[in-house]
Design a protein around this ligand. Structure first.
Ligand SMILES: Nc1ncnc2c1ncn2[C@@H]1O[C@H](COP(=O)(O)OP(=O)(O)OP(=O)(O)O)[C@@H](O)[C@H]1O
Ligand SMILES: [Mg+2]
Length: 777
């Protein structure tokens, strides 16, 4: 990490030679924008390769699995074919170490974030502490599904901040979310009043319920499975590389010693055996001339053969010893080189299953990086970089309107990183979907082809202050750029906008599946980190078993074989009404329109549908079907807020109440849940809630006045939202109490698929969260 500001990194070639960028320029961050396939991930990875081989460690978030392949060196033939410089490959191999971390999974190096560790705050000022508690509270509130801009989001943040501050000031440690839940259930007197001023009883029970979800199922893995996240660990500044190399060298030295002893031993026998063999061969030759001595000749020949085998074994042992000695020597060199290795820590995000979990993880690391840099300022006059953070496909994390928890943490890094030598690198295919104010601190932009007007406009707006004179040149060029070709705009570095072609990567570029990550784990490092890996055995999460059960509709007749009521988007007819509370007479019309309804926020946009539907069209490469049209709609669901009662113990039974939401098909009351990123309706529930993922795990919901939602409420059968009927149904099936039922609208795309030859069409419903077909619809 002894970087100098003038050191420069080779990104590719332009008209008049190499395009280089200095570390000093990178202090003011780097943004790469280009539509899908323009080569922006490759471009950003080139920069990451260059940073690391120049001694700057990088923390890289990998949303698509293709950053992790930085851990695989490209083969020399491919490099030769693409005109890449083999010397860069050798340099990278010698100086860089890539570790792929997997949150909530042990496929790569497992990593977790425990946001409740406040031990290192003791020395901070009280303002810093308050700010820190607030940012952690925001991150948690967002993870459990609160919209941070809403009143509820603000209340959640306030309650959690107060609680954290209180517990910390009393020197108490919160081990996990079960501890937080316990305190919320029985608030200490000194904070009860403050809390009740910002949160009603109903709100508190909702908050407790949402937090309880963090103590069960796969969610708790995020906090408890793996090496606790720490910036020194991610930057390889924890001595792990050297310790791992030393451990490996020790093993190699032992193996080499054993092989050497074996070879020496074999050599002694071999010498004697060689003599015996020679004598025996001579005896055999002499005996062969004498017919009477045939028996002696055979025996001598046998002795000679045995002796020769011993000689051969000795030679083999010697070769093995030489190999082991070589390995050991290499391991010793690795120990010496360990101090000079620069780490790239890739954080593989696909082991996290929801947007909130990803936001939570990114925010958590950004918060850690922020507090790390405050403690590690650049020394006087130092202009270089200490480290870099790269986020590919950054759009969901710094959106223009909403403010997910991670946006705040990232903005803080963008604003202050320069001072501390922390460079931020971002890439996105849709610059139109990011908050252009958030990237106000970025001074270098590398643009690949952009096709949509909205994206070009957004880029134009940002570049007005960076390259005002060349805006027209840039906007004219952008639509026609080929993959791998970019416009580089960096006023600190280049006098004008430059056209460039990225250099070829010296590592592979392909998306790695979670399963293949285990092969990338360096044994020594794994052993080193095993010591600090927290096991989840001591975790006090309650388990709850839902027995296998069928969920028949409570009504005796099923109204239709069509399972789901899909309501077309159209204006709500004046006279039609639906409400969870009974509403009679037209005097209530206006009131009902203002009444709020829970709406799941869509993640997948209409423009992505074509891409999402493609794998589901018939035909492998050449498709025999095409997407004729897609329509956005809402599926009505019933949200059942219930409390499961779990009985534990054999002699002394204890009851645990676990709050949970279940979601049902509005019409048939089949359960709506998620399995492997696929929403489905099913009558059979065959798992415990640890395994059931549902809307709470994957969706953000907002309450909207009904008048603002494009949905025909009037077409819904009000009887279906009858609380006592649903209560009867649920209580018949589970040991549970139903607290409330509510209408929820779930966004889908109804896709009409047409066969290209036959005049046939079919329908697929894609959920608007993952963009996958909904099963059982
Ligand atoms: N090792 C490599 N070095 C440089 N370019 C490569 C390498 N391997 C593949 N490519 C090229 O990179 C391009 C893919 O680029 P990349 O994955 O960076 O696109 P992208 O803009 O990130 O797209 P997406 O939006 O789909 O993520 C392909 O055109 C491919 O030919
Ligand atoms: Mg990409």
């Amino acid at each position: 990490m002894n970087s100098t500001a003038n050191q420069s990194l080779m990104l590719g070639k332009g008209e008049s030679g190499d395009i280089k960028i200095s570390l000093k320029t990178l202090q003011r961050h780097f943004g790469c924008f280009g539509s899908s396939g323009s080569g922006k991930t490759v471009m950003s990875k080139v920069l990451v390769e260059e940073l690391a081989r120049n001694g700057i460690p990088v923390i890289a978030f990998d949303p698509q699995g293709d950053i992790s392949s930085l851990a695989l060196l490209a083969d020399r033939d491919t490099l030769a074919k693409n005109g890449a410089d083999q010397a860069i490959r050798d340099d990278f191999a010698e100086k860089v170490e890539v570790v792929v971390w997997t949150p909530a999974s042990s496929k790569g190096m497992p990593i977790c974030i425990n946001p409740l560790q406040f031990g290192n705050l003791d020395k901070s000022s009280s303002e810093d502490r308050t700010r820190y508690f607030s940012s952690i509270a925001l991150n948690i509130a967002s993870l459990i599904g609160y919209d941070l801009d809403s009143d509820d989001g603000k209340s959640a943040e306030a309650v959690l901040s107060v609680l954290f501050e209180h517990e910390h000031s009393h020197g108490r440690v919160l081990h996990n979310f079960s501890d937080v839940v316990k305190i919320l259930q029985d608030l200490p007197e000194s904070i009860a009043e403050t809390v009740s001023a910002v949160a009603s009883k109903k709100f508190m029970s909702g908050l407790i319920k949402k937090l309880s979800l963090l103590t069960i199922g796969s969610r708790k893995l995020i906090f408890q499975n793996g090496v606790p996240a720490n910036i020194d660990v991610l930057l390889g500044r924890d001595g792990s590389t050297k310790a791992a190399a030393e451990a490996e060298a020790k093993v190699a030295a032992k193996t080499a010693g054993e092989a050497e002893a074996e070879a020496a031993n074999a050599a002694v026998y071999s010498k004697a055996a060689a003599k015996t063999a020679a004598e025996a061969a001579k005896t055999a030759a002499e005996a062969a001339d004498d017919a009477n001595a045939a028996v002696d000749a055979n025996a001598a020949a046998r002795t000679a053969a045995e002796a020769e085998a011993k000689v051969a074994a000795a030679a083999k042992a010697a070769a093995k010893a030489a190999d082991a000695a070589k390995t050991s020597a290499e391991a010793n060199t690795a120990v010496k080189a360990a101090d000079k290795k620069t780490r790239i820590s890739v954080i593989y995000l696909n082991t996290l299953h929801s947007v909130e979990e990803k936001e939570f993880f990114i925010a958590g690391i950004a918060q850690l990086l922020y507090s790390w840099m405050l403690k590690h300022p650049l020394s006087d006059g130092q202009q270089g970089l200490q480290c870099a953070m790269f986020i590919d496909e950054v759009a969901p994390y710094i959106p223009p309107v909403k403010a997910p928890a991670c946006k705040q943490s990232l903005e803080l890094l963008f604003r202050q990183g320069r001072k501390y030598g922390v460079s931020c690198i971002i890439a996105t295919q849709s610059p139109g979907d990011i908050d252009y104010k958030a990237i106000g601190q970025f001074s270098t932009f590398v643009l690949g082809t952009l096709n949509t007007k909205q994206d070009i406009e957004k880029v134009k707006r940002r570049l007005e202050s960076v390259a005002p004179k060349e805006i027209d040149f840039i906007t004219n060029k952008l639509p026609a750029l080929k993959p791998g070709n970019f416009l580089a705009i960096s006023p600190d570095e280049f006098e004008r906008v430059l056209e460039m072609k990225t250099r070829w990567l010296v590592t592979e570029h392909r998306a790695l599946a979670e399963e293949s990550l285990s092969e990338l784990k360096p044994a020594g490092l794994q052993e080193f980190y095993n010591k600090s890996i927290a096991t989840s055995d001591h975790v006090t999460g309650s388990r709850l078993i839902i027995p296998e059960a069928k969920l028949p509709p409570v009504d005796d007749q099923i109204e239709s074989i069509n399972h789901v009521t899909v309501i077309e988007i159209q204006a709500e007819p004046e006279e039609e009404e639906i409400s969870s509370k009974s509403s009679k007479g037209s005097g209530n019309k206006q009131k009902n329109k203002l009444e709020k309804v829970l709406v799941v926020q869509e993640v997948v946009k209409e423009r992505d549908i074509k891409k999402n539907i493609r794998p589901h069209l018939s035909g492998r490469i050449i498709k025999s079907e095409r997407l004729e049209q897609s329509r956005f709609k809402y599926l009505p669901l019933v949200k059942v807020d219930l409390t499961f009662i779990e009985e534990k113990g054999f002699l002394w039974k204890s009851k645990t109440k676990i709050p949970e939401n279940l979601y049902l098909n509005y019409k048939t009351r089949e359960l709506f849940y998620v399995l492997k990123q696929q929403f489905q309706f099913s009558q059979i529930v065959h798992s415990d809630p640890n395994k059931i993922e549902d809307l709470d795990d994957h969706c953000v919901m907002e309450e909207s006045p009904r008048i603002e939602v494009d949905f025909r409420f009037g077409a819904l059968d009000k009887k279906k939202l009858n609380k006592s009927a649903i209560k009867k149904l649920m209580e018949r099936k589970y040991q549970s109490e139903v607290n409330d039922v509510e209408l929820v609208l779930f966004p889908v795309y109804e896709c009409t698929i047409k066969d290209k030859k036959k005049n046939k069409s079919r329908k697929i419903f894609l959920d608007a969260i993952f963009g996958n077909p909904i099963l059982g619809i």
